[in-house]
Design a binder for this molecule. Sequence first.
Ligand code: NAI
Ligand code: ENO
Length: 361
Amino acid sequence: MRTALVIGTGLIGTSAALALTGRGVVVHLADHDPGQARTAAALGAGTDEEPTGPVDLAIIAAPPAHVAGALADAMRGGVARAYLDVASVKGGPRRELEALGLDLSAYIGSHPMSGREKSGPLAATADLFEGRPWVLTPTRDTDTEVLNLALELVSFCRAVPVVMDADAHDRAVALVSHMPHLVSSMVAARLENAEDAAVRLCGQGIRDVTRIAASDPRMWIDILSANPGPVADLLADVSADLDETVQALRALQSSDEAKRRAGTTGIEDVLRRGNAGQIRVPGKHGTAPATYESVVVLIDDQPGQLARIFADAGRAGVNIEDVRIEHATGQQVGLIELSVQPSAAAVLTAALRERGWAVRQ
Ligand SMILES: NC(=O)C1=CN([C@@H]2O[C@H](COP(=O)(O)OP(=O)(O)OC[C@H]3O[C@@H](n4cnc5c(N)ncnc54)[C@H](O)[C@@H]3O)[C@@H](O)[C@H]2O)C=CC1
Ligand SMILES: O=C(O)C(=O)Cc1ccc(O)cc1
């Protein structure tokens, strides 16, 4: 990738632009508020001058509700060879684009799983995405060149590509991002009218739990509006836990010893389930790649091959955690190494063989 256009130069757009500029890519910056693009340019993220011809990759980093419109305008203007968005929700924007009747072979949805509670270019950093998962949601229609440019972007930002189906992504982020965001807001909301004497005692625990509650509500209304069902289902589960925990705590206030014992059991249950969930949270840099298993496939170096293999993996219900592509010099074939969870390796191998792929032993 030599040239890129970032449309929406806030936290995410400017962070990607800084990373790309640092890798020698010529980056053009655009925002519906020209002041934001100017600020990003002043930070060294690129130039706010318009490109003179189509760039290699246009990155749409506007709020989710504006993604389809901004993408459609950019595609109709032919500003790039490939188009990618970074919105936190993937199913809705794709369906909006489909409804607009655009040719989506030059488009790929994506979502860097890294961000901050702050917005705007001044909060941006070149290393924001380092070591973090960056979800790509190619479909069978995605051109291989477009997928390759997206992989290049992820690699330039030193993130880890994870290939997923758009709706599976939306269910996953409901669990690991959207529902926790609301819970964080609800905990923080308890502090609004609390006494100063109490708030002064806040320690690291409540800082951790409430950090993301400082985010811009307008952005989160957009995100939650695009993923309401999965988030509501998860919050209903949290709500059931809350009801049981309230009952257990009330039982602890009882004068009846048996009830108090039941209360202790109830509290212990939620705390132990919390321990069991917490140990599954990967460290900042995700699960170590060493825990993945590789499935290696020989592919023809032809348009659409990569997108097809990812779509077949998605259909088999397997998430690709990482990809490495090796092109055999002078030959029309390449080797693609798909890293997956160990439990998924056999499933993926069988599913790909069934669909005619040359999976290596
Ligand atoms: N904030 C976070 O932690 C993360 C956000 N995202 C996604 O990244 C995207 C951008 O989010 P942030 O950078 O946090 O927001 P931000 O508020 O920092 O920046 C958004 C920028 O887009 C501009 N904009 C709005 N509508 C536009 C349009 N139609 N055309 C051009 N520019 C437009 C705004 O002026 C603003 O400068 C969103 O889709 C969000 O879901 C993804 C991962 C993390
Ligand atoms: O600040 C944090 O820890 C986040 O998790 C931020 C975040 C916000 C929105 C996303 O779509 C992804 C990440």
